[in-house]
Design a protein. Structure first.
Length: 235
């Protein structure tokens, strides 16, 4: 188990910038399969929306991304480009649908473009080049993890912020789709605090060999979304 590193004021400001809804990764364009779940009636109110999000974080993409984030962070912390490329390849392979792959890949590319333009980092640039040489594009998860490690932002803080931002984006999409009030959205975010804490605790007690997902309905909804007649989101 890794001992959490206290976050500095500069590290906190960097995380707030990177994971802000205004950071240009296009997160607002993705619903992570929620759009078709709303059309199907699986998400229809705050209770069902909360259950949907909780399951994704604890047993779906949230769980897998947590393991990938930790592995990518350690690869960057140890300046091990080979391991990072392998983690990025695993992240790509674990995406259950074309749209979920696009969601992760496009946001990762946009994130890295902006970070390397505003906060240039030779180590991070090398990692990106090595991935390109292997015909692998870093996922959003692995990109944020590596950037955080090279910026000396503590793993626990960076991962907590990443999971919170990931969940908040899906909640924002659901609030618009159902629709729900903004207060309902904030209630769901507040209810996620113990879920995220539990996911983090479990993550630091296992290794990458335990990676996996049980959120089958999310993949099915994503597949259905690919051919949905009328839609607002890209996933």
């Amino acid at each position: 188990m890794t001992t959490p590193i206290p976050i500095t004021d500069s590290g906190l400001l960097r995380l707030m910038s990177w994971l802000s809804p205004s950071f240009p990764v296009g997160a607002y364009a993705y619903s992570h399969g929620a759009e078709f779940a709303v059309e199907r009636g699986m998400i229809k109110d705050r209770k069902s929306a909360g259950a949907w999000i909780d399951f994704i974080i604890e047993f779906g993409t949230g769980r897998m991304d947590t393991d990938l984030f930790i592995a990518a962070y350690f690869a960057a912390e140890n300046n091990n480009s080979k391991n990072f490329v392998e983690v990025c390849g695993l992240a790509k392979a674990l995406k259950g649908t074309a749209e979920l792959g696009l969601e992760s890949r496009a946001q990762g590319e946009a994130f890295l473009h902006t970070v390397l333009t505003v906060w240039p980092d030779k180590n991070l640039q090398k990692f990106v080049h090595d991935c390109k040489d292997s015909a692998i594009e870093p996922s959003y998860t692995t990109a944020v993890a590596a950037a955080a490690a090279f910026a000396n932002i503590g793993l626990h803080a960076a991962l907590s912020a990443y999971l919170h931002a990931f969940a908040a984006n899906i909640i924002s999409a659901i609030v618009r789709l159902v629709p729900l009030g903004q207060t309902d959205g904030q209630k769901m975010i507040a209810a996620l605090e113990p879920v995220i804490e539990r996911v983090l605790k479990d993550a630091f007690e296992r290794d990458l060999n335990d990676i996996g997902s049980a959120a089958i309905n999310v993949d099915i909804m994503s597949m259905k979304h690919e051919t949905q007649y009328s839609r607002l989101f890209r996933s």
